[in-house]
Design a protein around this ligand. Structure first.
Ligand code: G
Ligand code: G
Ligand code: MN
Ligand code: NA
Length: 255
């Protein structure tokens, strides 16, 4: 309860911030910065609280709706700034919680945020999970259709860990599959991980979806993903999620 009330005040107190993790495109086995995933952070009296400790609490109440809107605003503003500063092709991925998609005016508010920040809809990716799709309500489905109608892309996050039937991949307007890091972490040594990762990459490509491999931590995994023609990669091997200022330093270093 103490946690809930602290979280309720955190927005006014400016205690939330975003970290950004690079998402790289593989071109001839070489990674090029293509976009970033924005990840919510909460600093409670100077201590960074692990997301697993506070995001579920926000999601259990409606707190995630207001905080989620702040995340969208902040991420769109930041990535638009980076685009104007020279990273013209950079896209921005933001995680959504089901509560946000249960708001009847979600798409209108999203349109307003894109308008206010000047970020093109095509530069935004919204990440949703299989569990969210399985709620399968009309409201959620309408919101997803409207989002896609704006030209914002939808990514299915943590793919392979839920109980989503493959039919869902066609029923919803999805553009991107993110292969869960639990599969990538076993590659290339573990035969089962390798076969599953290969199958998901192939499935995505056959369905005309783009594929992002998450949780890449080693060169050997990158080599495997290059051989499998996986188009996008993300993970500690490239960078941990870091504050905006720190990521900006990386742009200037790479020219
Ligand atoms: O930040 P980290 O990489 O530890 O993320 C932990 C979990 O929190 C992930 O499952 C991620 O999707 C989720 N998460 C991070 N930021 C947000 C956010 O802004 N909104 C929602 N709904 N989930 C988030
Ligand atoms: O569920 P989602 O994919 O949104 O979660 C993102 C989470 O994954 C963040 O907490 C981020 O810190 C974490 N993450 C990103 N890259 C790696 C990685 O290479 N290894 C591990 N173990 N976690 C990662
Ligand atoms: Mn994600
Ligand atoms: Na994930």
């Amino acid at each position: 309860l103490a946690l809930e009330s602290a979280l309720a005040q955190a927005l006014e107190r400016n205690e939330y911030s975003l970290h950004y993790q690079p998402i790289c495109q593989l071109v001839d086995g070489k990674p090029y910065l293509a976009g970033v995933e924005a990840l919510l952070r909460w600093s409670d009296q100077g201590r960074l609280v692990p997301p697993q400790e506070f995001i579920p609490v926000l999601e259990a109440s409606s707190g995630i709706v207001r905080v989620g809107e702040w995340v969208l605003q902040e991420a769109c503003r930041q990535v638009r700034d980076w685009q104007l500063a020279g990273q013209a092709q950079m896209h921005c991925a933001v995680n959504l919680s089901i509560r946000q998609l249960q708001e009847h005016d979600f798409a209108d508010r999203l349109m307003l945020i894109l308008d206010e920040t000047g970020l093109a809809p095509g530069s935004l990716v919204l990440e949703i999970t299989e569990t969210l799709l399985m709620q399968d309500s009309m409201l959620v489905r309408n919101n997803l259709q409207r989002i896609a109608g704006l030209g914002v892309r939808l990514a299915l996050d943590d793919f392979g860990t839920g109980y989503c039937s493959l039919g869902y991949l066609k029923r919803f307007p999805l553009h991107i599959l993110k292969v869960d890091r639990s599969f990538i972490s076993g590659t290339p040594e573990n035969a089962e991980s390798l076969v599953i990762s290969r199958a998901i990459i192939g499935l995505g490509q056959s369905l005309g979806l783009s594929v992002v491999a998450e949780g890449v931590e080693e060169q050997a995994q990158l080599d495997f993903l290059t051989a499998e023609h996986c188009p996008f990669v993300q993970g500690y091997w490239f960078s941990r999620p870091i504050p905006a200022a720190q990521l900006q330093e990386m742009f200037s270093e790479s020219g």
